[in-house]
Design a protein around this ligand. Structure first.
Ligand SMILES: *Cc1c(COP(=O)(O)O)cnc(C)c1O
Length: 411
């Protein structure tokens, strides 16, 4: 019989005397600092290191953008403002967060379907790049720009005629609510020639949470090809070519980290042609999860240790209302466990017991770990969900059942 698949080992947070260390301090002390459980904690050093790894692996003229929907905590966004080359936002709320940072508006882009006239007007006034998701958005952007006496910066988000294979979430290829179908883009660009907008380039984002380097390489190759074909009809030179992202992180048993060096080397091989084909372009990779996902943890406290017909349940003060993704209800087809540990009692191999971690909500969906091998937890112990820096708090139904909201700290 094969041994069951395991989670990729936790290499980011050291363990001292069976206690996880976050930002250089024991988890137990961090919990005191935070003042109450549950809370999210993000380790700024790990975010900084992740950016450095990307810089080292990717060609030097690839600009790195942070898609803030992965983690819009203002302190995290402020920290990243000094590290990355730009921000991508997908709402006016996110736009406000990034405009409060030092990031120049030229390096901010705004994607997302269904932008309202008000949103487009704010974006035009802010001087950021709008990734147009439809012909309608283009017409309105031109109108609001004219009424403000501005020439708004417009890139076309293209729904490509290919997919990012084996992605956690496909966001391009086939019929999609995102972007403009590639085959409609030439006519749209023709129309843009008559409008008072400044053509900036293309945004081609095909998918998310991908751990297969070959799939990402193939998508990047296809993206350059598509952009080259589309640029033949463009109203001006391509100044911005956003290649998307899609870099994934390992969450579940059996998953291995993305081979970043392979992606970087392949991209380096594509760059000479890209520079020839788009001599005025800035090349951008936009990442959310990959920048922050592994730097964050979610911490809750065991309220009660309950045994039901032989099965151990650790009932905590946190649950799916704070961390929907860990409960398996944010895009998973078959529920799998996130990496979870008893943070102040990380069990050495073999000293574990099988236990389920659940929250206080009156629904059987409120499960953070289903029958996992964990350190033998007592009431008052701290349960840690790793890989929680992205799509955690703001991707969760915090008002469901009326429990208090969790804290958030950047350490
Ligand atoms: C969500 C999103 C991202 C970030 O995706 P990750 O998987 O978190 O890297 C980037 N760009 C766009 C347009 C998005 O919608």
């Amino acid at each position: 019989m094969n041994s069951p698949a395991r989670h990729a080992p936790n290499l980011l947070f050291p363990i001292v005397d069976d206690c996880l260390q976050i930002g250089g301090m024991p988890l137990t002390r961090l919990a005191e600092r935070a003042g109450s459980t549950p809370f999210y904690a993000y380790d700024r050093r790990l975010i900084t290191e992740r950016v450095a790894q990307l810089r080292a692996a990717l060609p030097p003229d690839i600009h790195l953008h942070y898609a803030i929907k992965a983690n819009p905590m203002p302190a995290v966004v402020q920290h990243l403002a000094g590290l990355v080359d730009g921000f991508d936002v997908a709402s006016v709320g996110e736009l406000k967060t990034v405009l409060d940072t030092s990031m120049p508006p030229d390096n901010i882009s705004f994607a997302g379907p269904g932008k309202t006239e008000t949103a487009l007007r704010q974006a035009a006034a802010a001087g950021i790049v709008v990734n147009l998701e439809s012909e309608r958005e283009m017409e309105i952007l031109a109108q609001v720009g004219a009424s403000l006496g501005l020439r708004p910066k417009a890139a076309v988000r293209v729904n490509p005629d290919f997919e990012l294979k084996s992605s956690g979430m496909k966001m391009g290829g086939g019929p999609k609510q995102f972007g403009v179908d590639a085959e409609r883009v030439p006519a749209m660009l023709q129309r843009m020639k008559d409008l008072p907008v400044e053509f900036y380039g293309f945004h081609i984002f095909s998918g998310s949470q991908n751990l297969r380097a070959e799939a990402i390489m193939e998508a990047q190759r296809n993206t350059f090809d598509l952009a080259r074909r589309l640029s033949a009809n463009a109203p001006g030179p391509v100044k911005l070519l956003n290649l998307g992202g899609g870099f994934g992180i390992p969450y579940f048993p059996g998953e291995q980290p993305l081979d970043l060096d392979a992606v970087g080397e392949h991209l380096a091989g594509l760059m000479p042609d890209a520079r020839l084909n788009f001599p005025e372009a800035e090349f951008v990779i936009e990442l959310g999860r990959y920048l922050v996902g592994e730097a964050g943890i979610y911490v809750s406290r065991v309220i009660e240790r309950k045994v039901s017909r032989g099965q151990v349940f650790l009932i905590t003060d946190g649950g799916l209302h704070h961390h929907l993704a860990a409960s398996g209800n944010f895009g998973q087809v078959i529920r799998k466990n996130y990496p979870v540990v008893v943070g102040n009692r990380v069990a050495p191999e073999g000293a574990a017991e099988l236990a389920s971690v659940v929250g206080p909500l009156c629904t059987p969906l409120d499960v953070l770990a289903d029958k996992m091998a964990l350190g033998h937890a007592r009431e008052g112990d701290l349960i840690v969900v790793l890989q929680s820096g992205a799509y955690g708090l703001t991707a969760s139904p915090t008002v469901f059942l009326g429990h208090p909201a969790p804290g958030e700290v950047l350490v």
